[in-house]
Design a protein around this ligand. Structure first.
Ligand SMILES: N[C@@H](CCC(=O)N[C@@H](CS)C(=O)NCC(=O)O)C(=O)O
Length: 254
């Protein structure tokens, strides 16, 4: 059952904050007050996220939402999380997200949708520490997710989808070898926070549904994944393995 299945936005918000701040078994969702003193002077951001499909009151498996949460974590910004059952979307959620999609985030009293827009808005409002990826590097690895989905959904082992993914992963491996450890060199940036959750889904879903794993011939990619998946921010915001599998199952079967 979802943590929030209440139609009144006011009640839902109250319950979510109370729940998230009081439940020690829910470590990813507590308000965070770290070192961002600018953020400490304003109210916590609010983020609507997919709830777990397998465990009540737990963050679910949306890579776009994790990207937003990673951005907030890396900037040490406090936030409140409101879990939404995407299989049974409440009216209060549809009123702030007419497309019915997560993430949506409330910044400066305004709900905004889409992880691209949210992360850009957060960067502008809270520029320190900067997570800006230089424009010439911003598209590095950007085709990996779509080629991964193509391979995941493929029912024909010879349709070239695996090779298409391997080509993208190989190009990324070579890029990181020359430019790493992160896409922008020594410091993590927005492009890593977008790609990391997608690579995590790829690893779990292809491992489960195709018994496939990143080949040893791509060691720099493997090291990159290990580095990103080990970040404190990633561990705090990552989905359960079971949720990633259940989240992709309809697409694999469909
Ligand atoms: N382009 C959007 C994509 C967001 C998206 O597709 N979210 C999915 C969950 S990961 C969703 O809310 N789907 C609606 C549904 O499952 O009903 C973004 O970057 O935020």
């Amino acid at each position: 059952m979802s943590a929030i299945r209440i139609n009144s936005p006011t009640t839902a918000l109250t319950l979510s904050i109370k729940h998230l701040t009081c439940n020690p078994s829910f470590p990813t969702n507590c308000r965070r007050f770290k070192r961002n003193t600018v953020a400490m002077s304003s109210a916590p951001l609010q983020v609507c996220a997919k709830s777990s499909l397998t465990v009540p009151n737990k963050l679910g498996d949306c890579p776009f939402t994790q990207r937003v949460l990673l951005t907030l974590e890396e900037k040490h910004l406090p936030y409140d999380l409101k879990l939404v059952d995407l299989g049974n979307k409440p009216d209060w959620f549809l009123s702030i997200s007419p497309e019915g999609k997560v993430p949506v985030a409330k910044v400066d009293d305004k709900w905004i949708a889409d992880s691209d827009v949210i992360t850009q808005t957060v960067e502008e409002k809270f520029p320190d520490p900067s997570l800006v990826t230089p424009p010439e590097k911003a598209s590095v690895g950007s085709k990996i997710f779509s080629t991964y989905i193509g391979f995941l959904k493929s029912k024909d082992a010879n349709d070239g989808t695996e090779q298409a993914l391997l080509n993208e992963l190989s190009a990324f491996n070579d890029y990181i070898k020359e430019n790493g450890p992160f896409i922008n060199g020594k410091d993590i940036s927005a492009a890593d926070l977008s790609l990391g959750p997608k690579l995590y889904h790829m690893e779990i879903a292809l491992g489960h549904f195709k018994k496939w794993s990143v080949p040893d011939s791509l060691p720099h990619l493997k090291t990159y994944m290990k580095t990103v998946f080990s970040l404190d921010s990633f561990i705090k915001t990552m989905p359960l393995t079971e949720d990633v599998i259940e989240g992709w199952r309809p697409k694999v079967m469909g």
